[in-house]
Design a protein around this ligand. Sequence first.
Ligand SMILES: NC(=O)c1ccc[n+]([C@@H]2O[C@H](COP(=O)([O-])OP(=O)(O)OC[C@H]3O[C@@H](n4cnc5c(N)ncnc54)[C@H](O)[C@@H]3O)[C@@H](O)[C@H]2O)c1
Length: 428
Amino acid sequence: MDNPVEFFEGNSWTCGVVGLGYVGLPLALTAVSKGHAAIGFDTSEDRVRRLGAASSPIDDVSDADLASALEAGLSVTGDADDLKLADAIFICVPSPLGRNRQPDMSYIQSAATTVARIARPGQLISLESTTYPGTTDDILVTALADVGLEVDRDVYVAFSPERVSPGDELKTAEIPKVVGGVSALSTAVAAAAYSKLVPNVHAVSDAKTAEMAKLLENTYRAVNIGLINEMAQLAHEIDIDIWEVIEAAATKPFGFQAFFPGPGVGGHCIPLDPQFLAWRAKEANFTTRFIDTAEQVNEGMPAWTARRVGSMLNKRGLPIFGTRILGVGISYKPDIADDRESASARVLVELRNQGAEIEVYDPLVPPDRIRRHGFEPSTSFDGYSAALILTDHQGIDYNAISAAVPVVFDSRNAYRRRGIEVDNVEVL
Ligand SMILES: NC(=O)c1ccc[n+]([C@@H]2O[C@H](COP(=O)([O-])OP(=O)(O)OC[C@H]3O[C@@H](n4cnc5c(N)ncnc54)[C@H](O)[C@@H]3O)[C@@H](O)[C@H]2O)c1
């Protein structure tokens, strides 16, 4: 390849994706929609089989879109050697936290080893998994060097975070991409490649800047959610309506961004991502006070919400023990079926531990997933002494719930936001 930047600025190259989940699958589909061939590799045999049969495992990709992509140039494989045909390889594997909330780098390490084994000269390799600043150099460049591949001489290496938010309207192809290479040439090559996938590329000096940019974005959210959750607790203590306070503050045309309280943070990004930064900070003997405080407040919200429910029942002469409660919404955010790290489930577990009899209504989360939390799914609103709105999906009939149960605890301000005025709803 004479000029790698010109090559990737060209119209047709082959895109390889490692890890076909929430991030990798939409990226592969984006590549195909932009006229590139795409090879998706996953270590899960089941996932490869399912995808090959055009059955999408994720909310944001429909079976029909997957089927069209398979016809238009997407191939799905469990054989990493197929990635040799790719010109650019994007690594989108999980990066969870381990037992003591330290980064679990095993998936990235394993993907880096696999890619290094099959890598060929001229390839661009870009890591997209969320991770601590320094990972691309520490793990990916090292794995490539171990097999004799040198950056810029043989391969180009970069980091570019995925910023998609499941269920939101903005999709992978519409969100600007931050791109940082491990060398100036790698940055230029990666920026050229991404510019053929998304309309807006923001190149930064190096990979670790791009890695930290992603963590800053989600730390900003975690800290602001922590702040507003603490304000909600304070407002309750001094008998002020936090929702009205936020609405008033948000009329300021500058300097204030509204965040909203809730029963806690969930999902696999906001509660986890700041911990990558906190972990890296500890290595540098630096204490991340905002991250730690926000985590403390956010982690305390499910128990605080459960206590609020307890006092709501108490005011009506009801104990928690033995009271039949309907939990409404168990996914971690509205309008998606993903229940990973859901704060809603934690509120319900707190109440169940105190003897409440809980069932769950969530029209999006499949019954077997609700049962995995230890709750029976329900399709009816009848026969409960209280309902808790924990995740406010759009399609729920909130009027029917408040008509069927004596009292509702609304942790999302779902009723007032929809202009529903009923007098048996207590808001968080
Ligand atoms: N889900 C999101 O909304 C989101 C948003 C931004 C960033 N991220 C980050 O993107 C990364 C991927 O997240 P996800 O939600 O797509 O994960 P996911 O669990 O949905 O998908 C990961 C896929 O990778 C496969 N896999 C695991 N190890 C592999 C390996 N060594 N080689 C090939 N395939 C392998 C798994 O089988 C799975 O199909 C994570 O770092 C995550 O933090 C996720």
